[in-house]
Write a protein that binds this ligand. Structure first.
Ligand code: ADP
Length: 466
């Protein structure tokens, strides 16, 4: 009741004059939270809210994991990151909140029992105290959530409502940890910012145009029908960004060229993009398929799985842990999943670290080769993410010996790090381009466009500043 009364004057006074609104902001904050969902007054407040948000270009990008919550507040008008951070060990008494503004990082130890508590802390630090970057929740136009699995249902990003939430929940069977965590993030935002529109951006949707011969596995067809077992592909938001940027760097229309985009981070995937449309990608039914990664095996003979379960008595869960968390660079080197540590050891002559480098680079080479064969060539090869952007040694090994194919790395350009650049020789028929990926920008852009029902106000080709 009190809440409704507090809200009344603001509704009446504000409507025609934007400027008169501002002094009432804090009252409004209290007022709105007290208004019953669906009430007439709440609808008016919401309508005003949206009209005001039309002026606001800050998008909060949220990436919720099972025990983490990453966020970035992005101003979509100039792709400026106003603040970003990470809540770690959510669900424990020993949580950490790391918050960064420009070059400064603040670290707080505090209990964050769940994602709502984490989100509350994030909104608080964004809007209050000496390091506030916004005045209040009205300075956040919308929230974009990264969702790992959109199955066959989500072919593009979607405005979040009850139906979308229940669909993401249904799809959790395909990515139990990821989709449930994302839902925790969505629910936290819904509880704390009930009037702020939200958008779901899926890792899989970019690959929904894969041809059927590419996404089907050669196992009995009934498992596709019964369980949806097929290739979905992941890292789609990153591959999409890399395509747009590469086309801009080449000065070509994305729909007129062929690209091979390599996202080589902790998780790794390569995609063949033919005239703007992905035709194959290395990750599959899950993000375990394809390349050798930090801790993931990538593709192996599937019979190894049943052999190990037979001989070691592993449960499916234990087998999952081995393939997802104990394999890849870590499993082979026995040193680390971080390529920097593996590099130190390989430079010092450690045979398993050397082997890890050889296996990793050979697999990347092999999959790039597959993409070349599928598209009968390519107009550029793009490298991105932690390894692709930074590791000159790995890049050297990947492209070694490709002169006969007209793909020639420039050794000097290859040594540079940290910005967009062409690292192939001027004689190379195929440019090799390093592009720092920017998934958060893509999520923010999709979110803005969907909320404002606009097509691409600021294309990724406009940026590439990282
Ligand atoms: P994520 O997939 O988690 O986003 P990143 O894209 O941040 O991962 O990539 C992380 C990986 O990048 C690290 O584990 C490390 O192996 C690699 N990496 C980052 N910098 C370097 C470097 N200078 N040299 C070699 N590897 C690097």
């Amino acid at each position: 009741m009190t809440a409704t009364i507090l809200c009344m004057p603001f509704v009446c006074v504000y409507a025609p004059f934007e400027a008169l609104f501002l002094p009432f902001t804090s009252h409004r904050k209290i007022a709105c939270s007290g208004i019953r969902r669906g009430s007439f007054l709440r609808k008016i407040v919401s309508a005003i809210d949206h009209s005001r948000r039309g002026l606001v270009l800050n998008i909060l990008v949220v990436n919720a994991g099972s025990s983490s919550l990453k966020y970035q507040l992005v101003n979509i008008a100039n792709n400026k990151v106003l603040a970003k951070g990470l809540c770690e060990r959510v669900g424990s008494e020993q949580s950490l909140h790391k918050h960064g503004i420009d070059e400064n990082e603040f670290v707080y130890k505090l209990p964050l029992p769940d994602h709502t508590a984490a989100m509350r802390v994030v909104l608080d630090i964004l809007s209050t105290g000496p390091n506030a970057v916004i005045k209040d929740m009205n300075d956040i136009a919308a929230v974009g959530h990264r969702i790992v699995h959109g199955g066959e249902f989500f072919k593009e990003s979607a405005l979040i409502d009850d139906d979308v939430i229940s669909k993401i929940d249904d799809l959790a069977e395909l990515a139990p940890l990821h989709n449930k965590a994302a839902l925790a993030g969505i629910n936290a935002c819904r509880a704390l910012m009930p009037d702020t529109p939200m958008v779901a951006v899926f890792d899989t949707s970019f690959f929904q145009t894969l041809p059927q011969y590419s996404y089907m596995y050669p196992i009995p067809y009934e498992y596709y029908e019964k369980y949806g077992i097929r290739k979905y592909g992941f890292h789609g938001t990153s591959h999409r960004y890399l395509c747009e940027r590469a086309a801009a760097i080449l000065g070509e229309d994305l729909n007129e060229i062929r690209l091979i985009t390599c996202h080589l981070g902790n998780g790794c995937s390569i995609t063949a993009v033919d005239h703007g449309r992905p035709i194959d990608t290395t990750m599959g039914f899950t993000p375990l398929d394809g390349l050798m990664m930090g801790t993931r095996s990538g593709s192996i003979d599937p019979a190894i799985v049943t052999f190990l379960m037979d001989h070691e008595g592993y449960t499916p869960e234990e087998m999952n842990t081995i393939l997802n968390k104990e394999s890849g660079l870590l499993g082979i080197s026995g040193i680390s999943n971080d390529l920097r540590s593996v590099r130190e050891a390989s430079d010092a002559g450690d045979p398993r670290a050397i082997l890890a480098y050889e296996m990793y680079s050979t697999r990347v080479k092999k999959y790039i080769g597959q993409c070349l064969a599928l598209m009968s060539g390519t107009d550029a090869i793009v490298l991105s993410a932690g390894v692709g952007e930074n590791c000159d040694k790995m890049r050297r090994m990947i492209f070694a010996g490709w002169q006969p194919l007209g793909i020639i790395l420039d050794p000097e350009k290859n040594k540079q790090r940290g910005f967009e650049r062409i690292i192939s020789s001027d004689k190379s028929k195929v440019p090799i381009i390093v592009i720092p990926t920017d998934e958060e920008y893509m999520i923010a852009r999709d979110t803005y466009n969907i909320v404002h029902n606009r097509s691409q106000i600021v294309p990724a080709s406009h940026y590439g500043t990282k």
